[in-house]
Design a binder for this molecule. Structure first.
Ligand code: FAD
Ligand code: SF4
Length: 503
């Protein structure tokens, strides 16, 4: 049996969920296909053991690395996608991120659009995701108006750190955060289990809460959960997608629509196009450039903890401070180094995943005296960093991080700052190439069909009714969290589809 709709959206995360919300007010009959289910509201949502030891919400799938070794990727399949687990740090890219920038390890390429193109959509995305911040403090801030909501105030100990950082000549600023009604009776409780945990009270600005729930309240929007899009099927010429083959409830069904939008996350979207190879597209759908799956990026990220044996850290909600002083260049180099953010509190169980034989009580006592930070640097698009699929359809991710010297300098600088702040010991840990949380770039957008997969409105150059709106479109990874940019571009694509396909 074939089911007919006007628009099919595959994936309900930052890209797909936002796009669904934006199109829901049209009269188009929309089907959202989501392979996962709703994350239940339950005690385990905020239980570090359930989330970090038993990996309760993480996918059980294994991907292959470049040596063919299996690993369990850090990603989630559910309504809302990875936004259910994000820290909700919602940044705009800096203006320079849209331009070609020389890094120590090569050039970060220009985007086919400017900051000004995306600015009105950033405004809308910030309202949609209830972003809280403070205008005029961050030295790298883009031209913009005030935030829609006031910044979350720093806890006392973090305020003290911010004051000390200013005396070092730095310019700390409040992290822009998407939180719903903090401090109100039905709102965010500013707890210590936010980043990497789902919100038990539904007060995190994620794609399910801010978008999918509103979209599916409309009679023209249907959501199928547990619906895995296996292949896209085109007409004989390969010019249009004619149907999506879906596995659902143990059956294979076909759905069709004049517009098909893929938003499965950067790895899975590339894999879906590669699995959809046909006579007309022997190397994978929309792959005339040969770039489908290539130029994978994921950021270089190091978690750091400053430890002081006699200073108990009483802060509950710690994730409020950003240091962007080294975003455009380092203290002793003209090359960009990246960004530093304070992080949510580390729990003993989380730390124990790094060295499991150290007893939990020792970790608990350690993290109770630590302040947590995250350093993020840009990695550059390289063609041999890529997603492929094996003949039996499994995902293979070949990724060698680059721009490492910039990241090492950023980490060294942050260690120096933490020692100046009086911490006795600084520990650092990175998941390195296995960190898939900020995956992007596998179907980059651009104006030249030979050098990009998508056009500037995220339509594939090769297939006229096929769009991709997840993080795949990023030509460069920048060094801020990607979510708000994915949402802003999804809103822009929604306007474009409304004008060109629904009028
Ligand atoms: C722990 C964690 C913390 C993070 N913190 C932040 C943060 O603070 N700020 C920030 O900006 N970003 C953060 N991120 C990254 C952010 O969540 C992602 O960049 C963003 O969610 C990516 O959006 P997307 O639309 O590309 O994919 P996703 O949000 O991953 O959505 C993809 C969806 O597609 C579905 N899907 C996949 N394949 C198929 C298929 N074949 N058929 C049907 N459905 C399919 C998946 O189930 C999923 O729901 C974090 C991520 C993690 C994991
Ligand atoms: S209550 Fe607030 S801080 Fe806690 S998980 Fe929910 S959104 Fe995050």
């Amino acid at each position: 049996m074939i089911h007919h709709y006007d628009i099919i959206i595959i994936g309900s995360g930052a890209g797909g969920g936002t796009l669904a919300q934006a199109l829901a007010h049209t009269s188009a009959r929309i089907l959202i296909l989501e392979r996962g289910d709703f994350i239940p509201r339950e005690d385990e949502n905020w239980n570090p053991e359930a989330v970090w030891k038993h990996l309760r919400y993480r996918i059980d799938e294994r991907w292959l690395d470049e040596h063919g070794r299996e690993f369990r990727p850090y990603t989630h399949y559910c309504v809302g996608g990875n936004t259910k687990f994000w820290g909700s740090v919602l940044y705009r890219l800096r203006r320079e991120d849209f331009e070609a920038v020389q890094h120590s390890d090569g050039v970060s390429p220009a985007w086919p659009i400017t900051y000004e193109t995306l600015e009105p959509y950033y405004d809308r995305a910030e309202r949609l995701y209830h972003v809280r911040g403070q205008h005029g403090v961050d030295p790298t801030e883009v031209p913009r108006g005030p935030y829609p909501y006031e910044a979350v105030p720093h806890a006392e100990a973090m305020e003290h750190i911010v004051s000390r950082l200013r005396t070092f000549g730095l310019h700390p600023s409040p992290l822009p955060l998407g939180l719903l009604r903090p401090g109100e009776s039905d709102g965010c409780m500013l707890c210590n289990t936010c980043n990497s945990f789902p919100c038990k009270v539904g007060a995190k600005s994620d794609a399910e809460v801010c978008c999918v729930r509103h979209a599916t309240a409309q009679p023209n929007v249907t959501l199928w959960t547990g619906a895995y899009a296996r292949r896209l099927i085109t007409d004989a010429r390969g010019a249009k997608v004619e149907a999506v083959e879906v596995e659902r409830n143990g059956e294979t069904v076909r759905v069709d629509a004049p517009v098909v939008i893929v938003s499965c996350g950067a790895v899975n979207s590339a894999a879906l196009l590669l699995r959809s190879a046909s006579e007309a597209h022997p190397d994978g759908l929309a792959n005339s450039s040969g770039l489908v799956g290539r130029r994978y990026m994921a950021h270089l990220a190091t978690m750091m903890q400053g430890f002081h044996p006699f200073r108990r850290n009483e802060t509950v909600f710690q994730k409020t401070v950003a240091i962007n002083d080294y975003y455009l260049h380092g203290p002793d180099t003209t090359y960009p180094l990246g960004q530093i953010q304070s992080q949510g509190r580390t729990h003993g169980v989380m730390a124990q995943t790094v060295v499991p034989w150290i007893p939990l009580w020792a970790y608990e006592s350690w993290v109770a005296r630590g302040v947590d930070w995250l350093a993020i640097s840009e990695d550059l698009p390289r063609e041999d960093n890529r997603v492929t699929v094996t003949p039996d359809g499994r995902i293979r991710l070949q990724y060698r991080p680059n721009n490492l010297s910039a990241h090492e300098r950023l980490v060294t600088e942050m260690k120096r700052i933490l020692r100046r702040l009086g911490f006795w010991v600084v520990v650092a840990h990175s998941h390195k190439e296995k960190n898939t949380t900020h995956q992007c770039g596998t179907l980059c957008f651009g104006t030249d069909p030979r050098a990009s997969v998508l056009d500037p409105f995220c339509r594939t150059h090769d297939v006229e009714n096929l769009f991709v709106v997840d993080a795949s479109f990023f030509p460069s990874s920048a060094a801020v969290n990607p979510g708000l940019t994915i949402a802003a571009q999804a809103l822009r694509v929604a306007d474009h589809i409304t004008e060109t396909h629904l009028s």
